[in-house]
Ligand binder design. Structure first.
Ligand SMILES: Nc1ncnc2c1ncn2[C@@H]1O[C@H](COP(=O)(O)OP(=O)(O)OP(=O)(O)O)[C@@H](O)[C@H]1O
Length: 782
């Protein structure tokens, strides 16, 4: 079976995570860390481990149950960090090697059609000689030869163009699939960093200019054909007469000079092409952003501002386009001057040689024919060099974007396993596979992958055990002990310094990768008891959704190491005692259902959106309807123009916020995962709908480990436990009544909301007046 290198590109280098003390949640407990890094204690990096336990590659966040004795043999010495190139010559050759027959047919037809083309000037020369009586060959015989050439040349051209085009289309499809797959499996922070428009541009305009190398260069006067024609005509000329050949050489020399200059000044020209591409990407990004947020733009009257932004991007695009045109025009005009000089020299020298009887008229006529062929070919080559520059710039841009950020190994491994298991793989999936028998690292990764906790156990663990977000403070190592001792011996000032140092090193921290200087979570301990409901409350920005993101494994922290030494515990997330990172991400995704504050729907029908709950299965219509009924969405769906087949628009924009939430709840219900996370899942519902959906959710929560985030405390009063999140920690934990009795932050939050409610009640009559007025106005409009 072929392999999927681009789904696992970073398996090539297993980049070491940079020690970043703030980015260490969830990490592993000290004993586990030692289990994971058994060889670190003897400062030797290897996958060797003694007995059962975990092993990991250098800084790989995929953790593997290491019962495979063969793994001990694997040589995993420190690897140099390699830059991963999404598009490389090796990859292109591998893709081309899939079409050997077509490549051979293209080469043969190219040689044949070029031979036909280049035989024409010879026949033209003979034709003139026959006309002036300098040649005895019958005219009809000569013309029939010309006729054969004129017939064969288009036939070979068709074979060449069709084959080249087919090969390149197939190569480009695979390449596009590879790049898409590669982007898809990047870590979430990659998507935080790059805008949608930029990523879209990679797959459209950048890959488009790469495609142009062939699709724009298979015509007669471009690319390979121009190259063969140029070389062949230069050779033919030398065969006829060396002196005249030298006259016709300037175009070729100029072309070589231009090509050389382009190569020497590659950096500057590539810069211009790169700027052209990135301004094009910015335009795409501005368009995507503006039109996807059109309601926000309207509501703020932001049209002028968007026009200004777009105008600036267009001007930048225009200026880089003008610069590009300047480069092109210089190339073109230099070539033309060279051509004219060459033709003039040819007329002068050729004419004098004919007059002196040293050359026949036919030979000079053939020369002139070859000079024109050479001129066109050289012109074509100059254009091809321009296309190549564009393609190099696009390749550089794609490679630089995709090599900057890390691939999510835990996801890539699981995905590859998943796809490989598929029986009778679809053609559309096959495109993601490229065979590379030399990629030993991948086969090694495949073995680790197979050592990951099996899918069945993920579900059974999720269905049986508690989920713990642990922060076990100061399970000190010798290093910590030493620091503490030193701290005690030192003066107060130094003691403070060491205390701070210890705090930084050994408490739990989580920072988003793009804002690594801002701590979001610090010192968090929380257990979500199996089969019970835990409510997470707290002020805005306290870190509630961050906990959800960690539970969903959108973000994962690395094992924190300082000078290659494993540090004591930082915290971790476990399910039934197993570290989350022992699971494939895709397997984990199957056991967790999340309904967000602002659910995003795909621009397909309502039914398909609900069925997306089980994306890899053929969901029956009855199941979709059952899920919709349970989420109290059925009634509104059947009232839509085409019922379950009604399209919901981009991001579900044709539905109301409450309808979107109900569809999202139905989607989660269909998924039927043992772990349920509701992040303000009912916030967009009116009171009546909320009560109905809440009933469905209460039913759904039974027997599942549930985490509910809600601002309206009334909705979480009945939770088994309520955790108050404050400044990245769990400040209070208990039932509603326990927390009220404690009279702490929770009690004051409840008090604040009650006050707000009382205020509403006391102003009820006024609101009723307003609502009554609105109702009357509405009735009038009807
Ligand atoms: N992707 C991100 N990158 C960087 N910082 C982020 C990211 N997402 C959230 N933050 C920051 O993390 C902090 C905690 O955000 P979080 O969404 O967890 O708060 P929250 O308690 O859920 O708030 P709310 O109740 O308003 O939803 C905030 O300061 C926020 O600015």
């Amino acid at each position: 079976m072929a392999a999927l290198p681009l789904l696992l590109p970073h398996s090539l280098h297993h980049r070491r995570q940079l020690p970043n003390h703030r980015n260490v949640f969830p990490t592993l407990s000290s004993p586990q860390l030692l289990r994971l890094h058994p060889t670190l204690t003897c400062k030797k990096r290897s996958f060797t481990t003694t007995g059962a336990g975990y092993i990991t590659g250098p800084a790989s966040d995929a953790i593997i149950a290491a019962d495979d004795p063969k793994i001990e043999e694997v040589d995993t010495g420190p690897e140099p960090v390699q830059r991963f190139n999404a598009i490389s010559l090796g990859l292109l050759l591998r893709l081309l090697s899939r079409h050997k027959l077509r490549v051979a047919a293209s080469i043969v037809s190219l040689v044949c059609c070029t031979t036909c083309t280049l035989s024409m000037p010879i026949l033209s020369g003979r034709f003139f000689e026959v006309l002036i009586g300098a040649r005895s060959e019958p005219l009809w015989q000569l013309l029939s030869k010309v006729g054969v050439l004129y017939t064969l040349e288009p036939i070979f051209t068709v074979i060449f163009v069709v084959n080249m085009n087919t090969i390149w289309e197939k190569v480009m499809s695979s390449l596009r699939a590879q790049i898409f797959g590669s982007v898809l499996i990047h870590k979430v922070e990659f998507f935080d960093k790059y805008k949608v428009g930029e990523l879209t541009a990679l797959l459209t305009s950048d890959l488009g200019s790469f495609k142009n190398i062939v699709s724009e260069n298979i015509s007669r006067d471009r690319g390979f054909r121009a190259l063969t024609e140029a070389s062949y005509s230069t050779l033919s000329k030398s065969y006829w007469d060396n002196v005249l050949a030298v006259c016709a050489c300037p175009p070729t020399c100029t072309n070589s000079g231009c090509t050389y200059a382009c190569t020497v000044y590659k950096r500057s020209t590539v810069k211009v092409f790169k700027a052209y591409g990135s301004t094009q990407a910015s335009i795409a990004d501005c368009v995507t952003e503006t039109f996807s947020a059109i309601r926000t733009v309207r509501s703020f009257g932001g049209e002028k501002r968007q026009m200004l932004t777009f105008g600036n991007q267009v001007l930048a695009y225009q200026s880089s386009g003008i610069k590009l045109g300047f480069f092109k025009s210089i190339n073109e005009s230099i070539t033309r001057v060279a051509v004219y000089v060459s033709l003039l020299a040819l007329y002068i020298l050729g004419g004098s040689k004919v007059q002196a009887g040293e050359l026949s008229v036919g030979t000079v006529a053939s020369f002139i024919g070859y000079t024109f062929t050479l001129t066109f070919a050289v012109q074509g080559l100059v254009n091809t060099v321009g296309d190549l520059r564009g393609a190099f710039a696009a390749t550089e841009r794609i490679n630089s974007v995709l090599s900057e950020s890390e691939v999510d190994q835990a996801l890539a491994h699981g995905l590859e396993k998943d796809i490989r298991q598929e029986v009778g793989m679809d053609d559309s999936l096959k495109m993601f596979f490229i065979s590379d028998p030399n990629d030993k690292r991948r086969s090694q990764n495949m073995r680790y992958m197979s050592s990951l906790t099996a899918a069945s156990s993920v579900r059974s663990l999720a269905q049986s055990g508690d989920i713990c977000l642990e922060a076990s403070y100061l399970r000190c190592s010798a290093a910590c002990f030493l620091i503490s001792l030193l701290a005690l011996k030192c003066s107060i000032r130094y003691h403070e310094f060491f205390a701070g140092y210890v705090e930084v090193l050994f408490s739990v921290h989580f920072s988003y990768p793009l804002r690594s200087d801002v701590e979001v979570l610090s010192g968090l301990d929380l257990t979500l008891k199996y089969g019970s409901v835990t409510a997470l409350v707290g002020s805005s920005g306290a870190g509630k959704s961050t906990i959800v993101q960690l539970l969903a494994r959108f973000y994962e922290a690395s094992i924190y190491e300082l000078f290659l030494l494993p540090l004591p515990t930082q915290g971790r997330i476990t399910v039934a005692g197993e570290d989350l990172r022992t699971f494939d991400k895709s397997e984990w995704a199957r056991v967790v259902s999340i309904v967000n504050q602002e659910p995003v729907l795909f621009s397909v029908s309502v039914g398909e959106n609900i069925a997306y709950g089980l994306p890899d299965e053929n969901v029956s219509r009855d199941d979709v309807i059952a899920a919709a009924k349970a989420a109290n969405a059925h009634d509104f769906i059947v009232s839509l123009p085409e019922g379950y087949d009604t399209l919901v628009g981009e991001r579900g924009g044709l539905l109301s916020g409450g309808q979107r939430q109900r569809v999202a709840i139905a989607r989660a219900l269909l998924k039927n995962a043992p772990i349920l996370i509701l992040d303000e899942a009912t916030s967009a519902l009116d009171t009546v709908s909320e009560r109905l959906v809440q009933d469905a959710l209460n039913h759904l929560m039974k027997g599942r480990t549930t985490l509910v985030i809600a601002h309206r405390l009334s909705t979480v009063q009945n939770a088994d436990q309520i955790a108050l999140c404050s400044e990245g920690k769990i400040a209070e934990l208990g039932s509603h009544s326990e927390l009220l009795a404690r009279k702490g932050q929770y009690a004051s939050l409840v008090g604040t909301q009650r006050l707000a409610f009382d205020y509403l009640l006391s102003h009820g009559s006024r609101f009723q007046e307003v609502w009554g007025y609105a109702d009357r106005e509405h009735a009038k409009l009807q």
